[in-house]
Ligand binder design. Structure first.
Ligand SMILES: [Fe+2]
Length: 280
């Protein structure tokens, strides 16, 4: 296993790229961010020594997580114990990490395992203060139920976790909700920011436009799925009618947990829930 890291600076924010390589190829990259003595996210446990080096270099005193996923939480328990510091996250993240994460063999291969960790709950909209910055926890579900973005209003920065990733995406995890992500994207676009510190694809300018592009893509996608669903088609048929192409390597390696068709399934599942709620 080979792991490498790269560091970047932007206007006082230090951020680090942590990749995992398999058979010479980069199979997973995630970024962590440092503001004064606060660390946002902790990378994959495969990068344990690298994140420890970063945390010691910046004399990190506090950790905040965007959500519980293994590429963000992989070293949180280790850093809490090693550095004798506290870590904060959404109450659901706290609950999930208390018992540790149950990961698939593939997720363990890509990120490494995540043992139990004792974090402290952070309520929605609360402010994390550093020497120079104020970070506001913005609840933004859709990628998962426990997702926070962190907003620095004075600087116009948004630490967006996994809510952006790219203007257009091709694959969706089974646990994601596309319609909920649309609502979260709208909530973020109402904020005043230009820098988008995305956990997988940071954009140091025109960040809000990138979120607008993602919102437009999702709204167009959801609109087409809704029209076809209302015409009586099921998710499989809608996927075919939209001319979408599946990546069968992804689909079979993950037993369907991560594939293109999940984007359609997500919208259809939410439309069914909306119909049921309407009937009640
Ligand atoms: Fe994630």
């Amino acid at each position: 296993m080979a792991v490498r890291k790269f560091s970047y600076e932007f206007d006082g924010v230090s951020y680090y790229r942590f990749s995992v390589y398999r058979l010479g190829s980069n199979v997973q990259t995630v970024y962590t961010f440092v503001l004064d003595d606060v660390l946002i996210d902790t990378a994959q446990s495969h990068n344990r020594e690298n994140i420890l080096h970063v945390a010691q270099k910046h004399d990190i005193k506090k950790i905040i997580l965007t959500h519980h996923h293994e590429d963000h939480s992989g070293n949180v328990g280790f850093l809490i114990d090693e550095l004798k510091i506290d870590a904060y996250a959404h109450p659901e993240t706290v609950r999930l990490l208390k018992r540790g994460l149950k990961l698939s063999p593939l997720a363990k291969l890509l990120s490494g395992s995540v043992g139990h960790a004792h974090l402290l709950p952070l309520t929605e909209n609360s402010i994390i203060q550093t020497a120079n910055y104020n970070l506001q926890a913005i609840y933004t579900p859709g990628h998962c139920k426990d997702h926070y973005c962190y907003y620095e209003a004075n600087k116009g920065w948004l630490f967006s976790g996994d809510l952006y990733v790219a203007d257009k995406i091709k694959y969706f995890a089974k646990f994601e909700s596309l319609l909920t992500q649309i609502e979260s994207l709208k909530k973020l676009i109402a904020l005043d920011f230009d820098v988008l510190f995305c956990s997988h694809n940071p954009k140091t300018k025109d960040g809000k436009q990138r979120l607008k592009n993602k919102l437009q893509f999702f709204e167009d996608f959801a609109g087409t799925v809704t029209t076809l669903y209302n015409q009586g088609h099921n998710a499989r048929q809608i996927f075919a009618l939209m001319g979408m192409k599946e990546n069968y390597v992804n689909k079979y390696l993950t037993f369907g947990a991560f594939c293109s068709e999940n984007m359609v399934h997500s919208v259809v599942a939410d439309l069914k829930k909306q119909k049921l709620a309407h009937k009640k």
